[in-house]
Structure formats: structure tokens, C-alpha cells
Design a protein around this ligand. Structure first.
Ligand code: AFP
Length: 420
């Protein structure tokens, strides 16, 4: 598939020639589609050159992890909504109004998806759509609809330049971007194989500033433009301005970070707003729950098996072994890990050396959230946020959760002494 093979690294080094002619033609078709739709009011490069980087803007502001919502309670009826929280951050110059607009549009998409998920069973929205995504996975009806909902909301924000989705083979340039040109990566409905059973699913997203080397100009030819779209999204997690997810479960909960701590908002369907319910989330340093698909045990390395085996010995852990919890829905499993502590893992195995989870729109956003909450995200050998993607749908092993738990996992995989 074009997206998997035509890595931006290859494209950067040698252009489309790095791909086979079949890949190149697959690569060109969406580029031409994007070019047809791509209209831009004026070159944004000059504007961007004059404006300070949004990352610099955020870093220039006071202390990390400052609680934006920490104002004295004035009234029993006072609510901190996502909208007022974003306005607070704008006032404090932590984010600009354009990033706030992108986050708001994502929240709108999540409200709509949450409503569709709730009614899936009675609105004939369960079951397969009858097609596969670029990774050869069967798409559910709600995968396809959620992708459309996310894309529509981002486009209408007028602040998004490039979007990349789990459900699309290549990133797409957004027509009618007025300003901002943020790059948004997302998995619109993660864990969708759980949908028909009414079990938790979620959306995951990350927002990047466009990288200056690959700004999209009016006059780019289609091939050049698509190359830049791909390069735009292939940034290390370190560069994320914002990462978040929405859990669709017994409640719809949006959790996000803009690099100053982690905040959770629960959707109140009666007033139609996300309400701040989890201010400044901190993950426990340790936690006795592990969340792995142990069905893959026989495919794991000896070190990986040894790690999981070690969690089951009561005598090693003060008389009680670790508990196992696994939904098979990253957002649900991660959310529990964030609140209760412990570790979530999807290791590589003898069939899939890089595991199953995608770096750009699963592993990197979750790792940023974990780190911002005081936790860690690792491949077992490397910090996830340091990895520069080589392809849009690249997979990496993921171990994320409480800092001590991730350190312990790394120590076993790397044959080092356990942490204190
Ligand atoms: P689906 O969207 O196909 O359900 O995949 C979900 C997912 O990417 C992630 O949410 C889970 O953690 C992981 O797959 C579960 O995979 P296994 O079924 O192999 O455990």
C-alpha cells in the first residue's frame, strides 16, 4: 500500500521515484483529488514567518502544570465548561484562539460521535460497512461515519491545514483554511470491533503545528503538495501541541493536554457541554493492574513472557499478584490506567514485530497524555515521543502507564536491575 511503503523519509530523499510505479500512481490519485479541492486565500508562509511559533508561545508562559481552572469557587452553580477552560488558556496566552477553535471543533465531532455510538443499536449503525481501510482491517459502519464527522468538523473550523486519519490511506489537505493550518492526526473511532456489543470505544487525536520546511503553497504541483502533506504529519510526538481522547462509555469523557497537565471533561447531555470533571489528573506512581492481550503470549519474546509471568507471583508483590484487565479498546484501557495506575501494553511479537498500535494517532498522543500526568510511554527500549515517524500508519510497540511500572517493564525487557 502506498502509505506504508512511500515513507516520507523516502519521499524526502528521492521524491516519488522512491516508490514503485504502482505505488506512485496510488500516491498521485489522492494528490490530484486534494489538489482539485485545495484553494487557499493567500500564501501562509509569510504570515507564519512573522508569527511566533505556538510552541514557543506556550513555553514562554509561566510554570508547567499550572492549573488553568484554579479559581476560587464563587457560586454553587458555577461550571467550568471546555469552552470557558479554553478561554482561560487563551487569556493566559497558553494557546492562541486558532488552536482553541481546532480543539472546539474536535469536541463538537466527539459530541456527535458519542450520540451516534449511543444510538448505534437502534439506528442500524452496527455491523460492517463492507470495505477495508488502508491497513486491511474491515471497516465498521461507524468507522466510516465517524471519520466523516471528524473531517467535517475540522474543515469547518477553518483552522486546519492537513488531516490524517486511521481510516484514510494518505493525509488530506483541507480546502478553505482561513488561518492556523494546524495538522491534526486522529483515529475517529478506536476499538470499533467492540461497538456491536455496546462496549467502550473512543476517539484519539493529536494536533501539530505545520513544520516550516513543508508549508503548503498555492502554487505547489499536486505531487509536491501531497509530499508536503505526508511530511507535515510525520512529526515526532515531542512536537505535539495538544493530545487527547474521548471515551464513549457509561459517560462521554474528553481528556486532553496542551502541554500543561491533563484535564478531563465529562459531557453533560442536558446542557450539551463538556464540563471539567477531572482537573489536573496525576497518574499513580505504581498500580497493580496490567492490561495486555495475553492471547498473544506464545508469540512474545522470552523477556516479554518473563515480565508478564513475574506479575503473577503473589510472593513478589506483598502477597497479592497483579490484576489483569483488558477491554481491547485502547481508549478504555488507557483511561482506566491513567486514573487507577498500572500499565497498558501492546508488545511486538513474532508475527507483528511492531505490535498493532499506530504511532501517530494512538501511541504518541497517549504517551504525551501519560507524561503530562506524570507517567511514561515507551516501546520497551525507547521513549515513544522521541520517535520520528517514517510512515503515516507506522506501528510501534507501546507500554504506557505509571512511571514505576514502565521502568520495571523496561528493566525486564532490557535485562537490567528492577527500579527501586
Ligand atoms: P479496532 O478498532 O479494530 O477494534 O482495534 C482497536 C485497537 O487498535 C486498540 O483500540 C486496542 O487496544 C487494540 O486494537 C486491541 O487489539 P487486540 O484485539 O489485538 O487485543
Amino acid at each position: 500500500m502506498a502509505a506504508a511503503l512511500c515513507s516520507p523519509v523516502a519521499l524526502q530523499r528521492s521524491g516519488a521515484a522512491a516508490c514503485s510505479s504502482k505505488q506512485a500512481s496510488q500516491f498521485m490519485a489522492p494528490a490530484l483529488r486534494a489538489a482539485a479541492a485545495f484553494t487557499r486565500a493567500g500564501s501562509s508562509a509569510a504570515v507564519r514567518a512573522a508569527a511566533p511559533s505556538r510552541r514557543v508561545l506556550a513555553q514562554a508562559v509561566a510554570a508547567p502544570a499550572a492549573a488553568p481552572a484554579a479559581t476560587a469557587t464563587k457560586s454553587a452553580y458555577e461550571l467550568q465548561t471546555l469552552t470557558t477552560w479554553l478561554l482561560d488558556l487563551e487569556k493566559k496566552a497558553v494557546i492562541d484562539n486558532e488552536l482553541a477553535a481546532v480543539i472546539s471543533s474536535i469536541a463538537t465531532a466527539c459530541k456527535q460521535i458519542g450520540s451516534l455510538v449511543n444510538r448505534a443499536g437502534i439506528s442500524n449503525l452496527t455491523g460492517l460497512a463492507g470495505q477495508e481501510n488502508v491497513q486491511g482491517e474491515d471497516q465498521k459502519k461507524l468507522d466510516v461515519i465517524s471519520n466523516e464527522v471528524f473531517g467535517n468538523c475540522l474543515r469547518s473550523s477553518g483552522r486546519t491545514g492537513v488531516i490524517a486519519s486511521e481510516e484514510e490511506d494518505l493525509p488530506v489537505a483541507v480546502e478553505e483554511t482561513f488561518s492556523g493550518e494546524y495538522v491534526v492526526v486522529f483515529d475517529p473511532l478506536d476499538g470499533s470491533s467492540n461497538i456491536d456489543a455496546g462496549i467502550s470505544v473512543g476517539s484519539i487525536f493529536g494536533i501539530y503545528e505545520p513544520s516550516p520546511e513543508c508549508s503548503i503553497e498555492d502554487m505547489d504541483d499536486p505531487e509536491e503538495m501531497m509530499k508536503k502533506c505526508v511530511l507535515n504529519v510525520c512529526q515526532a510526538g515531542n512536537e505535539l501541541l495538544c493530545a487527547g481522547y474521548t471515551l464513549y462509555s457509561s459517560a462521554t469523557i474528553l481528556v486532553l493536554t496542551v502541554g500543561q497537565g491533563v484535564y478531563g471533561f465529562t459531557f453533560d447531555p442536558l446542557i450539551g457541554e463538556f464540563i471539567l470533571s477531572h482537573p489536573n489528573i496525576r497518574i499513580p506512581d505504581k498500580g497493580k493492574i496490567y492490561s495486555f492481550n495475553e492471547g498473544n503470549y506464545q508469540l512474545w519474546t522470552e523477556e516479554q513472557k518473563a515480565y508478564i509471568d513475574s506479575l503473577k507471583h503473589p510472593e513478589k508483590w506483598g502477597g497479592k499478584p497483579y490484576s489483569s484487565r483488558y477491554i481491547g479498546s485502547l481508549v478504555g484501557d488507557f483511561h482506566r490506567t491513567l486514573l487507577y495506575g498500572g500499565i497498558y501494553g501492546y508488545p511486538g511479537d513474532s508475527k507483528n514485530t511492531n505490535g498493532k498500535l499506530r504511532l501517530l494517532y494512538e501511541c504518541a498522543p497517549m504517551s504525551m497524555i501519560a507524561e503530562q500526568a506524570g507517567g511514561k510511554g515507551s516501546t520497551g527500549f525507547k521513549r515513544v515521543l522521541d520517535i520520528v515517524p517514517e510512515a503515516v500508519h507506522q506501528r510501534v510497540p507501546l507500554f504506557v502507564g505509571s512511571p514505576w511500572e514502565v521502568d520495571y517493564l523496561e528493566s525486564v525487557l532490557q535485562g537490567k536491575p528492577a527500579p527501586e
